[in-house]
Design a binder for this molecule. Structure first.
Ligand code: FMN
Length: 342
């Protein structure tokens, strides 16, 4: 059985999995169709929906398909802190005439989704927020699936290596969305992408670089440093095929948003997005409690999108967000890979 090898991509671009809307089967198919590797986001949806998305993507491309899962971590939530944060957000929720969500802890249907992947066999499965167990990695590999761990430190690289993964995504501090930090209580690492990439390359052969990459020159730079590909998320957020909501699409192109920051205010886990009022007002007080805070703020964020209020919802984006352009995803992949196509 030959397993998919990331070193063989015509265009060394991985379309990052982007849970919560931006990832669609059409986006994954377009990235793979352009010679890259497209990903579906398997997090924050049920096993049946994941299976349906894989089928849909398979019907849109004969190219390779990746699927990403969030690995459930231990529950860090303290009910009193969550209740206090809910009280803090109550007034904003009432302004939007919504009830806050139930701050529940879940395993994101992870075990059932692993079974879906074993059954439907996408070419690549990647993990973030931790590494799958050695047992699950072995089962996926035995099914012919290439396994990938997202890592943000040397220590995480060692853990994932010991579990037997085939490849790594070195996720630097400029990355949009949630940091892959294994320990949900740890501050995300701030070492540069270059330093992390060098450290991971000392321990592994197949390493994808991610975080803040948004131009052909930046892709060329990480490939020159030894990465087999660049994983880009933010660069695809404005693509025609992305499911990015209209308020985030507008915010990404709105001159009032000039910078990104890392915050736990929306989900209870550190993530990078456009700096807005919600972040400024609530970052300090938000407890580290994922996914409880994600579910708590969900109705409020959806209402803000409905109301077109860019200051009360999250716009996950990396430090290179100003380079993102609206276009067909294939054209974006072609442009990004123009200096390094194989
Ligand atoms: C909107 C958004 C959602 C994301 N969701 C996920 C996800 O579901 N799983 C994952 O492993 N990474 C996720 N990420 C992080 C990406 O995998 C990747 O590390 C990041 O996009 C790279 O940085 P860039 O956005 O600057 O290109 C997300 C990023 C963004 C921007």
């Amino acid at each position: 059985m030959t397993m998919f090898d990331l070193r063989g991509l015509d265009a060394p671009i991985v379309g990052a999995p982007m849970a919560g809307g931006p990832s669609t089967p059409a986006l994954a198919a377009a990235v793979s169709g352009a010679g890259g590797l497209g990903f579906l986001a398997g997090a924050l949806l049920g096993a049946e929906k994941l299976a349906a998305d894989i089928d849909t993507a398979r019907n849109l491309t004969t190219g390779p398909l990746g699927v990403n899962l969030f690995v459930p971590q231990f529950d860090t939530g303290k009910p009193a802190e969550i209740a206090e944060y809910a009280e803090e957000l109550a007034e904003l929720a009432s302004q939007f005439e919504v009830e806050l969500g139930e701050p529940r802890y879940t395993d994101d249907d992870y075990p059932a989704k692993v079974e879906v992947l074993l059954d439907l066999k996408p070419e690549v499965v990647s993990f973030t927020f931790g590494c799958a167990s050695a047992d699950d990695i072995a089962r996926l590999r035995a099914a012919g699936i290439t396994t990938v761990a997202t890592v943000t430190t040397e220590a995480e690289t060692e853990i994932a290596k010991a579990r037997g993964v085939d490849a790594f995504v070195a996720q630097g501090p400029g990355a949009g969305g949630h940091r892959g930090t294994f320990d949900p209580l740890a501050q995300p690492a701030t070492d540069s992408l270059e330093a992390l990439l060098a450290a991971v390359l000392e321990r592994a052969a197949v390493v994808v670089a991610a975080g803040g990459i948004g131009t052909p020159e930046e892709v060329e730079r990480v490939v020159g440093l030894g990465a087999v590909a660049a994983q880009v998320g933010t660069a695809l957020l404005l693509s025609d095929e992305a499911g990015t909501n209209p308020v985030s699409r507008a915010a990404l192109q709105d001159a009032q948003f000039t910078e990104t920051a890392v915050t736990k205010a929306f989900s209870g886990r550190y993530a990078r997005g456009l700096k807005n009022r919600f972040m400024e007002n609530h970052d300090q007080t938000a407890p580290l409690a994922y996914p409880q805070i994600h579910y708590l703020t969900g109705p409020l964020r959806r209402a803000a999108v409905q109301a077109g209020d860019a200051h009360a919802t999250n716009h996950w984006a990396g430090t290179g967000f100003a380079n993102a352009r609206p276009d067909a995803a294939a054209a974006i992949v072609e442009a990004l890979s123009s200096r390094v196509r194989r």
